[in-house]
Write a protein that binds this ligand. Structure first.
Ligand SMILES: Cc1ncc(COP(=O)(O)O)c(C=O)c1O
Length: 373
């Protein structure tokens, strides 16, 4: 059984049961418009990362606003979103398990899919699986542009692109270049310097593909922290940013990039004070309600500090001059990291009219929750 939805459409916000994942719709829509407006003004394709929200309703809105499709990180996220009518999905990750490649090929018979590769074996297994299902797929050679995660060294991109181009069911669609660490560097100067290095690696990879007599149709990548710098390099043609839709505390701690659009917090945890001590309050939101891998949540609009009280409890203390909330009071948290926070919930409560007086406009299921394969 899935958890009971924490609210019903039409409920006043006060009636939403805690702990609940709540989206402020007006703030989310402003974020969506800012990013799609930015991409359009730069002549770039936008393919937002759906690993952030795992939710077909939000993917649909992104596509309505001009996104070419979405990215996912995992095959089963593509299956889940595809089941709700989302098409043109890029899996920004490598898949080498035979069972998963078979599932991927079956899905590619019905959907327009892309996938990343970074090994000759991966390409061969992918081609075999596609051939068996008579399916076709877009293939992006992933380049390691400095993160030291997946990807071939830039000078080897051409060799792998050539191999891809030799298999009929595979279409060499370009390069994937994503640098995760740069997104979270705090200062503009640090991000600028690291993106410059990444851009050199992309250029080198493009040159190695051209040396094999192939064109590079597209370079796809970029995230919420550095997409403006990646765009300005002139090398990336498609942006994969995801977190901008919600903006977590960690991303808000980045110092801004000049001239880049700014995003607002739109994702919150609604929590309630369930116990009060003389100098602390206990809320019903611990680390089973929100992820702590990027640090603690921020208490929204209050000068209160949150510390972990266990799976189901958060302990609040007040800063100088601030009073503690009373028993039963609502406290709003901005999660430290939005993607793994969403994956902890079955539902997202979408509220119109703000967190104080709004009402529930929709209750979305987190369609790809737990899709880790
Ligand atoms: C390959 C890839 N592209 C895009 C993104 C989206 O980045 P962000 O959530 O920082 O916008 C991620 C996030 O981890 C990613 O791994």
């Amino acid at each position: 059984m899935r958890a009971f939805p924490p609210a019903r459409v039409g409920d006043r916000i006060a009636a939403v049961e805690s702990p609940a994942l709540v989206v402020d719709l007006a703030a989310m829509e402003r974020n969506l418009m800012r990013m799609s407006g930015y991409a359009a003004s730069k002549g770039l394709r936008l393919r937002p990362h759906a690993k952030t929200h795992k939710c077909a309703a939000i993917a649909r809105r992104q596509i309505e606003l001009g996104a070419v499709g979405v990215c996912v990180q995992k095959l089963d996220e593509a299956l889940a979103l595809g089941a709700f009518g989302i098409d043109n999905i890029l899996i920004t990750n490598e898949i080498v398990a035979r069972s998963k490649l078979e599932r991927l090929a079956q899905l590619a018979r019905n959907l327009h899919l892309g996938v990343a590769v970074d090994s000759a074996l991966g390409v061969e297994l992918l081609a075999k699986a596609m051939k068996a299902q008579r399916a076709r797929i877009d293939v992006y050679v992933e380049v390691d542009v400095g993160q030291g995660r997946c990807g071939v060294p830039p000078e080897q991109a051409g060799q792998l692109a050539r191999l891809v181009s030799q298999y009929k069911p595979l279409r060499f669609a370009g390069l994937q270049a994503y640098h995760g660490r740069v997104q979270h560097l705090r200062s503009h100067e640090e991000r600028d310097a690291t993106v410059s290095d990444a851009a050199q690696a992309v250029q080198q990879a493009k040159d190695s593909v051209r040396a094999e007599g192939l064109e590079v149709p597209l370079v796809t990548g970029g995230g919420t922290g550095a997409f403006a710098l990646e765009s300005e390099s002139g090398l990336w043609g498609e942006l994969q940013a995801g977190s901008y839709v919600f903006m977590d505390r960690d991303y808000a701690d980045n110092l801004p990039t000049p001239h880049a659009p700014q995003f607002e917090h739109s994702l919150f945890i609604k929590s309630q004070v369930i116990s009060r001590g003389a100098d602390h309050a206990v809320i019903d939101a611990g680390h089973k309600s929100h992820a702590l891998d990027s640090g603690p949540p921020r208490v929204w609009m209050r000068r209160l500090d949150w510390r972990n009280g266990g799976d189901e409890h958060g302990i609040l203390t007040a800063r100088e001059g601030e009073s503690l909330p009373a028993l039963g009071d609502t406290v709003w948290l901005v999660p430290g990291h939005c993607d793994p926070t969403v994956n902890l919930h079955d539902h997202i409560v979408a509220v119109r009219g703000g967190l104080q007086k709004g009402a529930v406009e929709a209750v979305w299921t987190v369609d790809a929750r737990g899709c880790l394969a």
